[in-house]
Each structure stands twice: as C-alpha cells, then as structure tokens.
Write a protein that binds this ligand. Structure first.
Ligand SMILES: O=C(O)CCC(=O)C(=O)O
Length: 252
C-alpha cells in the first residue's frame, strides 16, 4: 500500500480529471531536474542504439508495434535514480488514484520523442476496448521534457471523450484526422499532465527540426497485466535503491 495525500489535488484539478479527462499538475521538475533527466536519456539512447525501446516491443501480454516516427526507451525504473520520482511523485499519485482508486501499479515508464517531421498518431485510447464511465483501467501521465507546442507535436486530447463509452474507430473514418473537439496540450518543459487513458488522445506531427521529448508514466489497475512486466525486469541495483512505496508501485 502507499499513503496518498488527497489534499495535494485541488477541487478544480479533480473536476478537470472527472469532466475533461485530463489535468495539468503544473511544472513539477526544476530546470536542474530536467537537465539531469535529458542527459541520462541521451546517454541511454547512445548506449542502446538500435535496441532502444526493445523491452516495449513483443511483451507477453501487450504487443506494441514499433513506431517509426518516434524514438522510444523502455524499462526506465531500472535505468537510473533520476527516473524514480517520475512514478512516485506525491501529486501524481493523488491524481492517478483519483482516476483508478488506490489499487494501482506502474504499467510502464517509457520515453517517447516525436522525431522531426514525424510523430502523428491515430487518436486512440490505451485500452483494448471501450469501457463504461467509471470502469477505468488505465491512467497515463506525460512528463514534458521540452516545451510542447502546436509546432513540435504536442499531444492532442478530446476533452470528455473518456465518458462516451466508445473508441475513436467507432466514430471516425480516419483516426489520424483532426477531431473537431480536440485540443493540444501546450505547456512548458517540466510540466506533468495526467490523463485518463480512456480519453481519445495521440501524438501530433513534429514540424520542427528537434525531437519533441517526453516520458510517459503509465499506471493500471493492480489486477491487470503491466505493459512492462516489472518483476521480470527489476534489477538488484534498483531494489537496493528504491523505497518500499516504489516497490509496491512496481509490484515487485
Ligand atoms: O507522446 C505523445 O504525445 C502521445 C503518445 C501516446 O499517446 C502513445 O504513444 O500511446
């Protein structure tokens, strides 16, 4: 179990999550934190080269197709202390448990960077089927490592769509197309945005010359399979370093 301080979330933040399906928690990373995270990401990208993100593809329960338009890293809980806070931060916990209840676990902690000229995704939900409002299984958060803007491929969401009990393919002929009600998550680097993963969402095209970088801290109900099987990947070094709460969240 973890202790959650529900007072960390204001009434209006709770209302945004309930009504709109997402909320910005503001800038939770200092500029110094951001530099450390970016620098660690760069060194893992260099080290792993064409194997980067490989833990994400061909997992036992959830096959995640390799995405040509984006660089990925996976299994970040085991790749540096600098990532520990990205799945344990107290305000994040308050928001995720507001959506899913207290029986949660980390599904995966992955990096995604939309490459210049790429990154457009279909509008999608992060679950295999539509769910009724309140029967939510998954909740995601984006730690922005760069300022997100229309130009560099900010994530799009359709506010309120987590309550409609349908998925984009039910209503849209072309799920890559713009949705009339979509909005872009435009915010400064260091911001954390939590979104109910049943909201219709997706990456948009990065029209700049630099990657648009983010880390997704993704949670699911404790009785559901994790995207990354944390027990399989956990290392002794990580176990020796992290808190009891972090072990509980990883379910290791
Ligand atoms: O990085 C983004 O903007 C969204 C990514 C996303 O929704 C996904 O990869 O499933």
């Amino acid at each position: 179990m973890i202790r959650i301080d529900h007072t960390l979330l204001s009434d209006s933040e709770r209302q945004s999550l309930d009504r709109d399906g997402y909320v910005s928690l503001g800038k939770l990373l200092t500029d110094g934190d951001l530099e450390r995270v970016r620098s660690r990401v760069d060194s893992i990208l260099n080290q792993e080269a064409d194997q980067a993100g490989s833990e994400l593809f061909n997992t036992k329960h959830i096959k995640h197709p390799k995405e040509e338009g984006a660089d990925r890293l996976a299994n970040l809980p085991n790749k540096g202390e600098v990532f520990d806070t990205l799945y344990t931060q107290q305000k994040l916990m308050a928001a995720v448990t507001h959506v899913l209840g207290s029986e949660i676990q980390l599904s995966s902690l992955n990096y995604r960077a939309a490459k210049p000229g790429s990154g457009l995704q279909k509008l999608h939900v992060d679950w295999k089927e539509p769910v009724a409002p309140g029967e939510f299984k998954v909740c995601n958060s984006i730690w922005l490592l760069d300022d997100f803007s229309e130009a560099n491929g900010a994530t799009r969401v359709v506010p309120g769509s987590h309550l409609c009990g349908r998925v984009p393919g039910d209503d849209m002929e072309d799920t890559e197309a713009s949705h009339p009600d979509q909005i872009l998550i435009e915010a400064p680097a260091g911001t954390v945005v939590v979104f109910n993963s049943h909201i219709w969402h997706g990456g948009t095209i990065n029209q700049t010359t630099l990657p648009r970088r983010a880390i997704h801290s993704y949670f699911c109900q404790r009785d559901q399979p994790q995207q990354t099987d944390q027990k399989k990947w956990i290392t002794q070094e990580t176990l020796d370093r992290i808190s009891e709460e972090a072990k509980w969240l990883l379910n290791v």
